[in-house]
Write a protein that binds this ligand. Sequence first.
Ligand code: DON
Length: 558
Amino acid sequence: MCGLLLAVGAAAAERVGQVAAHPPGAAVASGHALATDAGLEILGKGGNAFDAAVATSAALSVVEPISSGLGGGGFFLLHDAKTGRDVFIDARETAPAAATPQAYLDSKGELDRDRAENGPWSAGIPGLPAALVHIAEKYGKLPLRTSLAPAIRLARDGFPIYARLERGYGSRREVMERYPGTRAVFLADGTPPKTGEILKQPDLAHTLELLAAKGSDGFYRGDLAKKLVAGVEAEGGHWTAEELAGYRVREREPLKLHYHDWNITTAPPPSSGGIALAEILQVVSGWNLHELDQAHRTHLVVEAMRRAFRDRTIYLGDPDFVKVPVQRLMSRDYAAGLRASIHPDKATPSELFSGQPAPLEDDETTHFAIIDRDGNRASVTQTVNLLYGSGLVVPGTGFLLNNEMDDFALKPGTPNAFGVMGFEANAPKPGKRMLSSMTPTFMESDDKVIALGAPGGSRIITEVLLGILAYDDGLDPQQVAALPRYHHQWMPDVISAEPGALAPETVKALQAMGHTVNAGEGTWGNLQTVMWNRRDNTLSGGTDPRNPVGKAAVQAAP
Ligand code: DON
């Protein structure tokens, strides 16, 4: 179901000054209707937004194995209405000790793309299961077993395969069919997944049961952990039992910034998203974007994007391993300096880039957003990285391992699958988290409270940025999710644009300023967002119409 926009109003809401004290119900938006329904089910059982986040996250892991799962990781941005505290749960994968940069070079010293993207070497130690347990124990009201029940049911009883799963399988088939464990899940009936067929995942149901019964130990120690270590070894990779047992989520302070009337709360390192958003928004806040024609507005936003992505390349990495100059990159003075370097109507050429452009695939990774009736919020982006992650399911576990190692700068200055590169700050080290673009975000003004985010690799940052600018323009959640997108990431030095994003005369004007514009790439992204308008006390959601199986829904308070 797509394009759903609902609102419930409360006639006699308790008010604090001009605005309502509580939402009139709850709202959930996610990339799959069954995962949205899992969140609503748990809210209906008395769970809060954090229990619902566990339920939706686990359900997405079952119904979108192409995008995220127990073998991957994610970032959970949470707002606790009672304490007013925002916290960022970092469940990013970590590098196994064996994954040295040399392990990814071929005999000619070039980056071995197959190792970086496929099979055991491409996988980091998973973080998502630890996040589910941590959030249920520390922030939830319901037992983990209750919040995992919808996902267990979906894994055991199955769900209908949809076109994106079938298409994605087609494009990853050769890799997926290398591994007996993957064949057992996706070729159980002897043929590849087909739209309309039911996909049952009994081993995944069992793994989720173990997590429900034993918490972290059910995944990171004992039989399942032994299977993972042996399964990775059997395919020629190397993980240790200690690396699994030692995995921990990190609680981090989210980044806070202001843009016009908005307080924005967003992802800190090891995400690059929050810093990039801060740089771009602070640079463009020097102009009145509302007054500019489309060509000049796009030019200035693109120039800010270009500069933020350059800094991403050089400075950003896991803050537990490298000193990230957060204060400097987020400072107003720094933004003023960047702004001064932008010509009002001339492109600044990025240095010529000798790598390959990012291949555009279906966007994977997934985002969901939840607000509950107490005003608690969750904005969550989770991933196994590329389509179906590494393609490797260790026999008997039921889930795909991620291929997140490709998000490290495995070879300095060599672009990854998204065409972004890095240097020492993002070099792999044992236990280090790879730099991410995932940018789960909250926006708050005097009357509106919003959660938003998106998949899309490096394009996540610009999707969220354009979402913020669109909310600032006064668009509603469904319009924000549908809005045509453009993107620039410094290297390659090109503006990518979806059909309809830039008028033909804007493209001409940008070209005249010296920009290269590629407006023929098709579409990307899958933005999910919910909004509580505290002034009229309504809730609404927006789900990306590019993804026909997503759903935004509002549940009235009982
Ligand atoms: O963390 C990151 O930035 C990437 N692993 C996200 C991957 C992604 O969004 C895939 N979608 N196209």
